[in-house]
Design a protein around this ligand. Structure first.
Ligand SMILES: NC(=O)c1ccc[n+]([C@@H]2O[C@H](COP(=O)([O-])OP(=O)(O)OC[C@H]3O[C@@H](n4cnc5c(N)ncnc54)[C@H](O)[C@@H]3O)[C@@H](O)[C@H]2O)c1
Length: 445
């Protein structure tokens, strides 16, 4: 099939390359000319394992092209997929302006039968608004008689940054929300080769499935963080509790890692958008408000303990390991690590940070007062405390015996319990995790 993918970010590029890998002819469109120029040269403008290699193969096979000009590729498109960003507004609602701008452009140019697919995460009702806008633009362009040939299908995306390529090719489910059976079949066929169970449903249900999935995962994280705070008070270890409950298949082992809470470009915005959506339909989603509150408090607690144990951070050298919102990505959007680094700076700490992939993105959002080191060891040398904020595997491979000699004070505050099983206290470090019982005897927050 001929596919036009609008938006070449983490989702649009990965899935565009994925569809080309499945044998389709894919044209990727973006308004960011710099990004398109780099992609044209085979360069992936962000860090996502496996995408560069897959891109190289489909480019060599001539199955993918990149352009800023939708007009040049829309002819003959069987499917037009919208994967532009839907970031949060200050109110928490999803900002749909990029999506609507893309829809208007499609409507002005489209002059043949096509299936429109919305891949962006959008509030219930948005797919229908997108279709209305496309049809209105077609009408404006004098093609009213063709509007009935255009249909919309909601296909929310569930890939995770860091494993996006694999998640696309080995999806655990494919949600297809449509009114029109033929449009739904076209989308099903587009995914031939992906052996995931299909959930064929209404447009509204498909839209809500995506939010419900992220809200549920965020709830698991806030739940285990509440247990962690209790574990600290009673001298229990949240890791054992997570294992003990996670072995129950009704609960499952995933998303039960206590720490400084969730971040990233999806969970915070999607949980807030779902809360907003509920409110706008006259329903107070009480559980979600608590999930959000617990997540915010988790960072506060970690930071308060850090400052209190150090007796203040002003003028103190603090090393930060990890800036990305999670490992295996360079994405720092809504990263809890960035938030903690910013708080340290605001309190006058001398912050030296290291992240294996996210330094360039972090530089754009952190003030000049943060300095960056080329390695984890360099960041920690001479520091009075080390703060671990992202669970990059390489942090576990550091020689902690060497590190202890290089630090001014061998103190580790681990916001992810990433080094908890390395028994750093036996090497002479003061080690603090989250929910490991470490604060049982000290002041409670
Ligand atoms: N990132 C994830 O892990 C993830 C996972 C599942 C779903 N989603 C959802 O997918 C959507 C995209 O997320 P992302 O992380 O890929 O965003 P992103 O910010 O990485 O990419 C969006 C891209 O769209 C482009 N764009 C904006 N307006 C455009 C227009 N009018 N025409 C063409 N291109 C345009 C931007 O230049 C950018 O390259 C969001 O709704 C997000 O919630 C993201």
């Amino acid at each position: 099939m001929n596919l036009v993918m609008i938006g070449t970010g983490y989702v649009g590029l990965t899935t565009g390359v994925g569809f080309a890998t499945l044998g389709h002819q894919v044209a990727c469109v973006d308004i960011d000319a710099g990004k398109i120029a780099r992609l044209d040269l085979g360069e992936v403008p962000f860090y996502e394992p496996g995408v560069a290699e897959a891109l190289k193969q489909v480019q060599a096979a001539g199955r993918i092209l990149f352009t800023t000009d939708l007009k040049s590729v829309i002819d003959g498109a069987d499917v037009i997929m919208l994967a532009v960003g839907t970031p949060p507004k200050s109110t928490g609602e999803a900002d749909l302006s990029a999506l609507f701008a893309a829809a208007d452009q499609v409507g002005l140019l489209l002059d043949h039968e096509a299936v429109i697919v919305v891949k962006s995460t959008v509030p219930v009702g948005t797919n229908r608004r997108v279709l209305d806008r496309i049809r209105a633009a077609m009408k404006m362009a004098g093609r009213e008689e063709l509007t009935s040939l255009v249909n919309i299908v909601s296909v929310p995306e569930f890939l995770r940054e860091g494993t996006a390529m694999r998640d696309f090719l080995q999806s655990d489910r494919l949600v297809i929300g449509a009114d029109d059976g033929i449009a739904a079949q076209t989308v099903d066929k587009l995914h031939d080769g992906i052996k995931a169970p299909r959930v064929m449903t209404s447009i509204e249900s498909a839209e809500l499935i995506k939010y419900a999935a992220n809200a549920f995962l965020a709830t698991k994280i806030s739940f285990i963080n509440e247990i962690a705070n209790l574990a600290d008070r009673v001298g229990a270890d949240v890791r054992d509790i997570a294992q003990g409950i996670g072995l129950d298949p009704r609960i499952g082992p995933h998303f039960l890692r206590a720490g400084i809470g969730y971040g990233g470009s999806c969970f915070p915005k999607d949980v807030s958008a779902l809360e907003q959506l509920s409110g706008s339909h006259g329903y107070t989603f009480k559980l979600l408000s608590s999930v959000i509150e617990v997540n915010a408090r988790q960072r506060d607690l970690f930071f308060k303990r850090l400052v209190e144990e150090l007796g203040g951070v002003k003028g103190r050298r603090i090393a930060v390991w990890g800036l990305a919102f999670k490992p295996d990505t360079d994405d720092v959007r809504e990263s809890a690590a960035i938030d903690i680094a910013q708080r340290l700076c605001a309190h006058g700490a001398d912050v030296v940070a290291y992240d294996p992939k996210a330094i360039e993105n972090a530089k754009r959002v952190l003030s000049d007062s943060v300095s960056f080191a080329p390695t984890a060891i360099d960041a920690a040398a001479g520091a009075e405390a080390l703060v671990v904020l992202t669970e990059w595997p390489e942090f576990r491979d550091v020689s902690f015996a060497t590190l202890k000699d290089l630090m001014l004070e061998p103190r580790v505050f681990d916001g992810r319990n990433h080094l908890a099983d390395l028994h750093l206290s036996e090497l002479g470090f003061t080690y603090r995790g989250v929910g490991l019982g470490s604060y049982a005897a000290s002041r409670h927050y």
